[in-house]
Write a protein that binds this ligand. Structure first.
Ligand code: ADP
Length: 310
């Protein structure tokens, strides 16, 4: 499959690197309005390929995205000093209007994978601008928060993160919801498993894990300025599920009929992902507290998305 990435700064190039190393794409086309950057990223990443895969990595213009099956959008502008969140969103909507129409002109059957932040709002905006069905406009959403949740639980329980089935729902951001009540390990509910092996998830352990997930980005930004390897690998994971029609269950964002009583909102729940994009949404069974928190998260996203004119 030909895969495109528009915007190859830190996030886009990390996704490109992860996709190239795993040989997920036959051809990977990097587009950036800073063409010199795209050319340099493509050359650098292409030098890693001979060690592990056969993916052809090149820079190109929008024409070069012709026939792409998936295009990741990691383009965006950052907040100017004193600029409101809404003004920033309007400027990013402007960027998306130009980027999305140029992609669709050459790849009308594409699946758009949105990485630009705030990712839930940008997913809503990309869905409205493109006119594509929501199943074909997928935001990276909480894929990374879910990975952080699983990794911290796995460390506490001394098992592999791949054997922990737990999800972070709602916004990719402050209001996200760690779904403790429906998490499980193998076939055993998480809380019982932890108690059985003598590593109970006490209030203090849960608070520590919650903080570890919720504050991860802020901590990384404090130390190195921005986060990109984790999300780059998450974008590669979603791309692989599509390119190989794997029908994996991943927590990603998309405009959804109903999330915790909020209609047509872009937020994350687990979904089955395959060659056609999102095949099914899995709305988890939550306890009252988690349901209320998910409603709050979805309602906040809906209000913010509605305030951005298209
Ligand atoms: P991040 O850390 O989110 O990756 P960066 O600033 O490193 O942020 O990367 C954003 C990239 O998006 C930059 O390389 C920038 O040139 C690119 N970009 C911004 N606007 C557009 C646009 N309209 N079309 C294509 N690329 C864009």
């Amino acid at each position: 499959m030909k895969i495109g990435i528009v915007g190859v700064g830190m996030v886009g190039s990390s996704a490109a690197y992860a996709i190239a190393l795993q040989g997920i794409a036959r051809e990977l086309v990097l587009v950036d309005y800073n063409n010199e950057l795209a050319v340099a990223q493509a050359e650098d990443i292409s030098h890693a390929v001979p060690f592990v895969s056969t993916t052809v990595v090149r820079a190109g213009d929008y024409e070069a995205l012709s026939g792409a099956g998936v295009v990741i959008i990691a383009a965006g502008v950052s907040q100017k000093p004193g600029e409101s969140r809404l003004d920033l969103l309007s400027r990013n909507a402007e960027v998306f209007r130009s980027v999305v129409s140029q992609i669709l002109a050459v790849a009308p059957d594409v699946i758009l994978l949105i990485a630009s932040n705030p990712v839930d709002i940008m997913t809503d905006i990309a869905t409205r601008i493109s006119g594509l069905p929501p199943s074909k406009v997928i935001g990276s959403g909480t894929i990374l928060d879910t990975a952080r949740f699983r990794s911290l639980l796995a460390r506490h329980l001394a098992i592999s993160p791949q054997s922990v089935h737990g999800y972070v729902l709602g916004e990719h951001g402050d209001s996200e919801v760690l779904a403790w009540s429906c998490a499980c390990v193998g076939s055993v509910p998480l809380m019982s498993f932890a108690a059985q092996i003598g590593k109970p998830l006490t209030d203090s352990v849960r608070t520590e894990i919650d903080d570890g997930v919720r504050r991860a980005a802020a901590r990384i930004i404090g130390g190195k300025g921005s986060t990109y390897y984790g999300i780059g690998a998450g974008l590669a994971r979603i791309t692989k599920a599509i390119a190989r029609d794997q029908r994996d269950i991943l927590s990603v964002s998309s405009v959804t009929e109903d999330i915790a009583g909020v209609s047509k909102v872009a937020a994350s729940v687990p979904r089955v992902i395959g060659a056609e994009g999102i095949l099914t949404d899995l709305i988890p069974e939550l306890n009252d507290e988690e349901s209320a928190a998910l409603h709050h998260s979805a309602a906040m996203l809906k209000a913010l998305a509605s305030s951005v004119p298209i």
